[in-house]
Design a protein around this ligand. Structure first.
Ligand code: PEP
Ligand code: CO
Length: 452
């Protein structure tokens, strides 16, 4: 990537004059404009102060005093928004967080890929279905995955539907996380059920047993586990890829307290591996909002690219502002990550290093389904921890695609899903997700990595 030549002032629409990759061609510009103007009048999903709180929590992660768990759907679906589905996704993230908290001995910052994760970057712009070339599916914020021309046509009304579903989702998340559902003893009891009910789970009995003793120890010391607020309420933040910039701009608000701009569609936004070009629209847009940001870093990113992105997106070197989400694929981490860590450390940018062990490990099964092997996912995580250990840097977090549903999309894991099982319950609209039991299996494995 060339170094930035940009010096015109930022405003929420300054991205519009720059090349913008991965954008749909909206058939009716007037309809799009009307939707943008409606969205810009609607209440923000999150408040600037909440985004600042997340930056503060992430600053602890950057300093090695906390761990980041960012997890949720690859692509949320307009057809999967029941209360049970949202609850089950939150439940598995909370369960993972307890194992990680215990193992790391530090707070776990919980960020969902949820309440806005409706748009997908794609490798190919079209695909052939039944001999007909169609626009590719870009997520429910843009079009529908059904294999006909009308379904694939981008419809700006979908931006409003995405907003409304995000509002409803976030409302429920706030109720669950502050209304008793996140009760530590309860979440721990769910983990014990997992440990008792799966062959692999028994491997984790030691950790679960220690958590149990820790809870009993607290109770014995006179801490009333039922009355202690911090054991009932958790802070849970939202995030998504800031891909469709018309939506992100329309939800950007100037904070009345600080005068700074925040993208109030989520607490945290990230830039995908396909849209992180320095002089393009996505980097321009996100450079001007104060939310904490993620940047996906794949094998094509050079150390110079990454340092220049850090300068552009975090000129003041604010801890918690930037999370670099490495996604190289199993077998590749030792090739790419050390040089990036060296360059970023030398630049003085206090980034969080997180590992996305999903997107570098997507394969096609014999039956033609996109899938991922649980063992490859664990291998990439293991390599990530090993590199950080050798560098003396903090492996700050993990970024996982999962669902609380009992899907069969990834191979292996606690229930040993095989090639022949993939068809049983394969419901993702985009990438293959870990199911609840595979996610817990992963969390306990990461717990082992954190402790070793
Ligand atoms: C994603 O996180 O869903 C994604 C598309 O990732 P990446 O940009 O890393 O490919
Ligand atoms: Co994905």
């Amino acid at each position: 990537m060339a170094s930035s030549t940009k010096n015109t002032p930022w405003n929420p629409g300054s991205w519009r004059s720059l090349p913008s990759l991965q954008q749909p061609v909206w058939p009716d510009e007037g309809a799009l404009k009307a939707v943008e103007s409606r969205l810009s009048e609607l209440p923000p999903l999150v408040f600037a102060g909440e985004a600042r709180n997340l930056t503060a929590s992430l600053a602890s992660v950057a300093q090695g005093n906390a761990f980041l768990l960012q997890a949720g759907d690859c692509a949320e679906s307009f057809n999967e928004s029941s209360a049970d589905q949202i609850r089950d996704k939150l439940k598995v993230i909370l369960q993972m967080a307890i194992a990680l908290t215990y193992a790391s001995g530090v707070p776990v910052v919980k960020v969902g890929r949820i309440a806005g994760q409706f748009a997908k970057p794609r490798s190919n712009m079209t695909e052939t279905v039944g001999g007909v070339e169609l626009d590719v599916f870009r997520g429910h914020m843009v079009n529908d995955e059904a294999g006909d021309e009308a379904s694939r046509r981008p419809d700006p009304e979908r931006l409003v539907t995405a907003y409304n579903q995000s509002v409803a989702t976030l409302n429920l998340l706030r109720a669950f996380t502050k209304g008793g559902f996140a009760d530590l003893s309860q979440v721990h009891a769910w983990n014990q059920e997992f440990v008792a009910s799966s062959g692999e789970g028994q491997r984790y009995e030691a950790v679960a047993g220690e958590i149990d003793r820790a809870l009993r120890f607290m109770a014995a010391c006179g801490i009333d586990l039922d009355a202690e607020g911090s054991l009932h309420n958790v802070d849970f933040f939202t995030s998504h890829e800031a891909l469709i910039l018309n939506y992100e701009e329309a939800l950007t608000r100037k904070d009345s307290l600080t005068g700074d701009f925040y993208d109030c569609s989520a607490h945290m936004l990230w830039i995908g591996d396909r849209t992180r070009q320095l002089d393009n629209a996505h980097v321009e847009f996100l450079s001007g909002v104060e939310n904490p940001l993620g940047i996906k870093i794949g094998p094509s990113a050079t150390p110079q690219d990454v340092v220049t992105l850090c300068e552009r997106l975090d000129p003041h070197k604010t801890p918690g502002r930037l999370t670099l989400i490495a996604r190289f694929g199993a077998g590749n981490v030792a090739t790419f990550l050390p040089g990036l860590i060296d360059a970023v450390s030398a630049s003085g940018h206090p980034v969080i290093w997180a590992c996305d062990p999903m997107h570098g490990n997507t394969i096609t099964s014999q039956s033609g389904k996109k899938t991922r092997r649980f063992d490859d996912i664990i291998a990439e995580l293991t390599e990530f921890f090993a590199v950080h250990r050798s560098k003396g840097t903090w492996p700050g977090g993990v970024h996982i695609e999962l669902t609380g549903d009992d899907v069969t999309e990834c191979l292996g894991g606690a229930d040993e899903i095989g090639e022949g099982d993939l068809g049983d319950n394969y419901t993702t609209t985009c990438d293959p997700r870990l199911n609840a039991r595979q996610s817990l299996d992963l969390a306990f494995r990461v717990a082992e990595l954190l402790r070793s």
